[in-house]
Ligand binder design. Sequence first.
Ligand code: C2G
Length: 146
Amino acid sequence: MQKQTVVITYGTFDLFHIGHLKILKRAKRLGDRLIVGISTDSFNLKKNKKTVIPYHDRAEIVRHLKFVDQVIPESCWEQKQKDIIQHNVDIFVMGHDWEGQFDTLSSLCKVQYLPRTKGISTTKIKAYLKKHKEPQTPSTQLATTY
Ligand code: C2G
């Protein structure tokens, strides 16, 4: 049986949007299995990224995408090498805003930077919501319990 082509990518995926969906779909099209490393809340603090949606919920959303085969926590910059070896990864994918940042991984697998989706970002969504902020009432609180 031929080895499945395993693709891995990493991200925060906060306030999940079409740019996230497109890169994950494109990553999956490069292989048979897609593993996604989701940045933990503590790792995001190290990335100076304050997330709106907690790790558990961000991971749950990505985990339920039909073309995502596995979700793993990303808790530090350095784990990628171990992940690539442990999961027999063939292709490491990131959006081209990361162009060149992970070329050292090319000794372990193919490194591919894919185009970002223009006009959308978590930062833009946050800015829009801040600008069009409704007065705070209990009903407009972000749902944190289900
Ligand atoms: N992305 C995209 N188009 C956008 C926004 C994001 O293609 N409009 C891509 C990014 O290039 C990245 C992925 O979606 O490949 C996830 O983006 P973020 O959640 O912003 O991830 P980031 O904070 O960049 O974390 O170790 C790598 C880091 O964990 C990446």
